[in-house]
Design a protein around this ligand. Structure first.
Ligand code: DX5
Ligand code: ZN
Length: 217
């Protein structure tokens, strides 16, 4: 299965999102970080901006909700046309019901885990979801250092996914560079979110290519 490079626009210029998205034609998706200053201590953007991004690009939209009450808010992002909507396991009140509501709106379903949240309590949920997002930093901010302590969990999640027949992606998010992506890929990740490494590069699309080359090993 091919690796996916999914740049996070958290490190793009919010006044020039269309320009910055067009600067990464080689990317497999655009990753959008929605934060509410409750689930994480930061505030970014919400549904109206995602609706505008949807009109501005045909790229696969990968929404990462770092918010309380995803049960209330997540379906709206699927209705806005996002191909994938990820909510946090720590925040969802009824993850099975929410996952089914998202699939009913034709979105892939992502389940995100903070660095200290284990995958094992959620193993029985795998048939209901399409992606596991393992946070490789504490969520909330770009530019943090990759946490190697997440590597065993990536390996364990890959093993659990391997026992299913389903097309479940294994995404990592936080501190991904041409160096750390090799370790994440080696542990079993196949989908890579990168914010600061892509958008602080002189040539963001060349960095997407470099990340892909490093992930493919
Ligand atoms: C952090 C966000 C990430 C962030 C990653 O909470 O979920 O998507 O943009 O940024 P970098 O790649 O700079 O760690
Ligand atoms: Zn993210």
């Amino acid at each position: 299965m091919p690796n996916r490079i999914m740049p996070s626009i958290l490190s793009a210029d919010f006044a020039n999102l269309q320009r910055d998205i067009e600067a990464i034609p080689g990317a497999d998706a655009v990753h959008v970080d929605v934060m509410d200053n409750h689930f994480v201590p930061n505030l970014t953007l919400g549904l109206p901006v995602v609706q505008s991004i949807r009109r501005a690009t045909d790229k696969f939209l990968d929404i990462h909700l770092m918010i309380e009450d995803p049960d209330v808010w997540a379906p709206g992002f699927a209705e806005a046309g996002a191909e994938s909507v990820t909510f946090h396991a720590e925040a969802a009140k009824a993850p099975v019901r929410l996952a089914r509501e998202l699939r009913a709106r034709d979105a892939r379903v992502g389940l995100a885990l903070k660095p200290a949240t284990p995958i094992e309590p959620y193993a029985d949920l795998l048939p209901e979801i399409d992606m596991v997002l393992i946070m490789t930093v504490e969520p909330g901010f770009g530019g943090q250092k990759f946490l190697d302590l997440t590597l065993p969990k990536i390996e364990r999640t890959r093993a659990l996914i391997g026992r299913t027949e389903a097309d479940i992606w294994l995404q990592v998010d936080g501190g991904i560079s041409t160096e750390t992506i090799e370790r994440a890929a080696g542990a079993g990740a196949d989908s890579f979110v990168a914010g600061s490494s892509v958008f602080s590069a002189d040539d963001p699309d060349a960095m997407v290519t470099a990340l892909r080359t490093a992930a493919d090993g």
